[in-house]
Ligand binder design. Structure first.
Ligand SMILES: NC(=O)C1=CN([C@@H]2O[C@H](COP(=O)(O)OP(=O)(O)OC[C@H]3O[C@@H](n4cnc5c(N)ncnc54)[C@H](O)[C@@H]3O)[C@@H](O)[C@H]2O)C=CC1
Ligand SMILES: O=C(O)C(=O)Cc1ccc(O)cc1
Length: 294
């Protein structure tokens, strides 16, 4: 008898398809896939990303776990569509980059939070999106944050954690609010800055001429400005409080730097840059240690 868990992935883009492919290629699950855009799920099957196509969310197969891999503001429609099946699954999880608002959406749609619901977020990704960007190694040595709620059953958290661990991720748990604060600082703010800088420079320069002269620093800083606009629109609008708090702290510090440059205060600049360099060197050590853990 085949004792593989059955998993349905809804939203076969970068993250959903990478997760599906990682589970399938490792033989860790029998994977069903659904995507709203026609033809995507069939293509995923052809590419060996999923085992079976689900055509309609109103006729779901019996599965152990449902994984929602759509942009944050598309989650409400998915929950609404799968409502009748929710009693039957052991676990339901999502991969959204924001957790507080996802929990609110689930509560609003259902009127309660089911014990099977385990909010999740892989801290791995790329500026690319869509099925063709799927990569079954994407989560290797990356963290997967779960933010179980009071209502969440231990059984559901264990199943979701087991699936992500099977894809090579290190599962860590934290409260929803802490997740949204940490990610606002380390992911959402940097993406906002990258979008903003690239937009400012491209509007100022005819035919984006100046990009020809840019070096590696600009390449590194600007890569994430090529990320999906819809996905980031949803993130910025659903993590407003945490993002605005860190954005305001950053703006205040940036103004201090502006003042120091205006008055030629090299000592101030050096203090800031040395402190930043020490922090970035420490972060490089963490990245190196993570790579060597493999
Ligand atoms: N891109 C990244 O690096 C990361 C993204 N995330 C989160 O993962 C989620 C998905 O992001 P990506 O995979 O990058 O996006 P994507 O754009 O590559 O994929 C989303 C997929 O969902 C489908 N979709 C949209 N609305 C749908 C609906 N109502 N029903 C069914 N399918 C629908 C789209 O057609 C697309 O195939 C987002 O919530 C994002 O915040 C989390 C970690 C990293
Ligand atoms: O492209 C990159 O470097 C990223 O930072 C990807 C990413 C985007 C969104 C997330 O919620 C998590 C990871």
């Amino acid at each position: 008898m085949n004792d593989q868990p059955k998993v349905l992935v809804i939203g076969l883009g970068l993250i959903g398809a990478s997760f599906a492919k990682a589970l399938k290629t490792r033989g860790e699950a029998y994977v069903y896939g659904y995507n709203r855009r026609e033809g995507v799920a069939a293509q995923a099957k052809e590419l060996g990303v999923i085992d079976e196509v689900v055509d309609n969310l109103s006729e779901l197969p019996d599965v152990d776990c449902i994984v929602i891999g759509v942009p944050v503001l598309a989650i409400a429609a998915v929950i609404e569509a799968i409502k009748p099946a929710l009693d039957k699954v052991k676990a339901i999880t999502d991969v959204g980059s924001v957790k507080g608002e996802v929990v609110n959406i689930v509560r609003q749609q259902l009127g309660y939070v089911p014990a099977s619901f385990v909010p999740g977020h892989p801290i791995a990704g790329a500026e690319k999106s869509g099925l063709m960007a799927a990569n079954d190694q994407l989560f290797e040595n990356h963290m997967l944050i779960v933010t179980p709620l009071e209502e969440t059953s231990a059984e559901a958290t264990t199943l979701v954690s087991r699936l992500w661990s099977a894809c090579g991720a290190e599962v860590v748990s934290m409260p929803v609010a802490r997740h949204d604060e940490v990610l606002a600082a380390t992911s959402h703010l940097p993406h906002l800055l990258a979008f903003s800088l690239v937009d400012t420079l491209s509007r100022e320069s005819e035919n984006r001429e100046i990009f020809k002269y840019a070096a590696g620093g600009f390449r590194d800083f600007s890569r994430i400005a090529a990320s999906d606009p819809t996905m980031w629109h949803d993130i910025f609008l659903t993590n407003q409080d945490a993002l605005l708090a860190v954005l305001r702290r950053f703006q205040a510090d940036l103004s201090q730097l502006e003042g120091a440059i205006e008055r030629g205060d090299g000592d101030y600049l050096k203090v800031v840059f040395e402190r930043a360099k020490a922090s970035r060197d420490h972060f490089s050590d963490i990245l190196e240690a993570r790579k060597n853990k493999k």
